[in-house]
Design a binder for this molecule. Structure first.
Ligand SMILES: [Zn+2]
Length: 45
């Protein structure tokens, strides 16, 4: 067996105001501009 990949239980959030992105469980406000954020698809590399 090989180690399981990183858990994908976190979502990708993007600020609708400044575009700042952050991967976290939840993000109510942008830490940079305090703008509203939206949940976007997790980007796989
Ligand atoms: Zn912002």
């Amino acid at each position: 067996m090989y180690p399981a990949p990183h858990a994908d239980d976190r979502s990708y959030y993007e600020c609708r105001n400044c575009g700042h992105r952050k991967v976290t469980d939840s993000l109510g406000r942008c830490p940079k501009c305090n703008g509203r954020t939206r949940n976007i698809a997790v980007a796989r590399e």
